[in-house]
Design a protein around this ligand. Structure first.
Ligand SMILES: NC(=O)c1ccc[n+]([C@@H]2O[C@H](COP(=O)([O-])OP(=O)(O)OC[C@H]3O[C@@H](n4cnc5c(N)ncnc54)[C@H](O)[C@@H]3O)[C@@H](O)[C@H]2O)c1
Length: 574
């Protein structure tokens, strides 16, 4: 089943890996920019030491109060509010492990091959000619941040995103993980049918010894059609023992590879939703108890969440199911552990979080968004089962909610919505565009997912605007860089601490004991996530532009720079 392992000229290097004919130049997205350029902030608010960067940061927001005066006129009173924080970012990048749940799947094998190809700078041929490895599609590795402008030329100055703060280079991740299928990574990569054969055959020798650890398998949570893969499972029905097993796997992996940290990402099959049952998974204690009693509503992905929280390993859910039941969020808060999710925002939903934003902010009113997908990979096969599809449908459903909510001129709210005639009224959301999502499994198209959307919008004077979009996306090649980003950003978030500077000590630098970690739910990862989990009670932001500016401005705050804005006064004033 595995690809034949011979080099471009049939030659082998001494380690059994194929010999490379000649080293190709390293792609800029894989280059170690930190070796060639540094960024230093020249400001009294920023201090550098051998261990960290500290920034004193003024956070300016606006509080708004809405009231109705005696004449019945609504008044908004907006008040600028200032708070001061000190951020501390540890600068030593730790040796980091990336453990994937579902390592033997399309994403798991593609990430592994991508990292190996970049690390060993493996070039390969396909029908387009010679290909070189890169990290295209990664926000962290392949995009830039505008640092500022050159005062002499007035030109913008951009730096690699990965370089504003020290981040793990993906080539340095030690990759491992679990899968209910015991195929070696080489065989699993062949099964996935994602990569060009010439690349497969060259990364194969590096993967031959990689074999997923047995995993937690509760057949009720994924489609029955996945049963035939499940030949590598942790035995027994004792869920508490499963948590301990996974915890030990993480510790062993850390020790065997001399790691400082391990990040765990769920890229396994989409599970059905777990029912939220009071007394079972609604609080941290109830969840721990449910695990102890092996309650049937505790899913494998939540077993991994509990294990990671208890091991203090950041855990990201790349699939749509509700892994983070309220009890899991509370448990993470209690342990000050980091979690993030849900579901990768790769193709259709990512585009939707741009198009809907554009339409609504342009004053054009989307009336209906109809989205069709068909795909032929194992993810599609699993999603052909109704309960697993439902998880995906839910995660795709809310993506335009915040944009619609932001424009009460176009979309009526509350009671008024019931009277709306041009678009469907949804009781709890107010007036809302019709929004449907269909996913079909078509084996013939393999990993080449086809996503088709129809945006029907209302223009002035009763006009209609129809926007049709077809996106042929290589699913796993879109998803893998996102998973890499999630792991890099989660790791970075573990190195940032802050202290709120208020009261009598406001002007003095924070003492070491005054710094605390970021909030457990890493909503800063939202850019890569379809249905972001956020702090309970806060609003979800789906707009891609807002998500990106949140993360870049957060990084700027860590180095004492004000948020980026497009005021560009130098262009507007004499
Ligand atoms: N590729 C994308 O564009 C994309 C986008 C958004 C979300 N996702 C989600 O990412 C996940 C992975 O996608 P994929 O294309 O790699 O799917 P895949 O089916 O190829 O891989 C999933 C792997 O998980 C394994 N698995 C199932 N249950 C497991 C468990 N309990 N423990 C360990 N391993 C288990 C399977 O054996 C399989 O190897 C899916 O849930 C999918 O919905 C993918």
């Amino acid at each position: 089943m595995a690809p034949v392992a011979s080099g471009p000229n049939g030659a082998f290097a001494s380690n059994g890996a194929p010999a490379q004919a000649a080293q190709a130049p390293i792609d800029p997205t894989a280059a170690r920019h930190e070796d060639k350029e540094t960024i230093r902030i020249d400001s009294p608010n920023v201090t550098y030491s051998a261990e960290d960067i500290k920034s004193r940061y003024e956070y300016n927001t606006t509080h708004v109060q809405k009231s109705t005066n005696a004449q019945g006129k609504t008044e908004y009173v907006a008040k600028p509010v200032k708070s001061t924080y000190e951020f501390k970012t540890e600068t030593k990048v730790p040796k980091t492990g990336l453990m994937l749940v579902g390592w033997g799947g399309n994403n798991g094998t593609t990430i592994s091959a991508c990292i190996l190809a970049n690390k060993h700078n493996i070039t390969w041929h396909n029908k387009e000619g010679l290909q070189t490895p890169n990290y295209y599609g990664s926000l962290v590795r392949a995009s830039t941040i505008r640092l500022g402008e050159d005062p002499e030329t007035g030109k913008d100055v951009y730096v690699p995103f990965s370089n504003l703060l020290p981040t793990v280079h993906p080539n340095d991740f030690v990759v491992g993980g679990w899968d209910i299928s015991g195929h070696s990574l080489t065989d699993a990569m062949t099964r996935a049918k994602v990569l060009d054969y010439d690349l497969q055959r060259q990364v194969a020798p590096y993967m031959a010894d990689m074999k997923p650890l047995p995993s937690v398998y509760y057949p009720d949570f994924i489609a029955a059609n996945q049963g035939e893969r499940a030949d590598n499972v942790i035995p027994g029905n004792d869920k508490a023992a499963h948590v301990e097993h996974v915890r030990k796997d993480i510790r062993d992996f850390k020790q065997a590879n001399g790691l400082d940290k391990v990040i765990v990402v769920w890229t396994a099959n989409t599970e059905r939703y777990a029912e939220i049952i009071p007394g079972v998974n609604d609080t941290a204690d109830n969840l721990l108890n449910a695990v102890k009693n092996s309650h049937e509503e505790v899913s494998p992905s939540t077993i991994f969440a509990v294990a990671c929280i208890l091991e203090n390993a950041p855990y990201i859910n790349g699939a749509p199911q509700n892994t983070f039941v309220p009890g899991a969020i509370q448990l993470a808060e209690r342990h000050r552990a980091f979690i993030g999710g849900d579901d990768l925002k790769t193709g259709q939903t990512k585009v939707k979080s741009v198009i809907a934003d554009f339409l609504v902010n342009a004053g054009i009113k989307p009336l209906g968004i109809s989205s069709y997908n068909h795909l032929g990979n194992n993810d599609g096969y699993n999603l052909s089962s109704a309960r697993q599809f439902r998880s995906k449908e839910i995660s795709k459903a809310s993506v335009v909610d915040d944009m619609v909510y932001a424009n009460h001129l176009l979309y009526k709210r509350g009671a008024e919505a019931d009277k709306a005639s041009s678009a469907k009224a949804v009781a709890e959301k107010g007036e809302h565009p019709d929004h449907i999502v269909v996913i079909k499994h078509v084996p013939a198209v393999g990993d080449q997912k086809v996503a088709m959307d129809d945006y029907t919008s209302e223009l002035c004077l009763g006009g209609r605007n129809r926007l049709y979009l077809t996106n042929l996306c290589e699913d796993s090649l879109l998803a893998s860089p996102l998973l890499i980003d999630l792991a890099i950003m989660a790791e970075l978030c573990t190195r940032v601490t802050y202290s709120a500077r208020e009261g009598p000590a406001a002007d003095s630098p924070a003492k070491p004991e005054e710094f605390q970690s970021l909030y457990s739910v890493l909503s800063l990862l939202s850019y890569s996530l379809k249905a972001p989990v956020v702090k309970p009670g806060s609003d979800v932001v789906n707009s891609l532009a807002r998500q990106r500016s949140a993360v870049t401005n957060f990084m700027r705050a860590c180095v004492g720079l004000q948020p980026e804005n497009d005021l560009l006064l130098s262009q507007r004033l004499w």
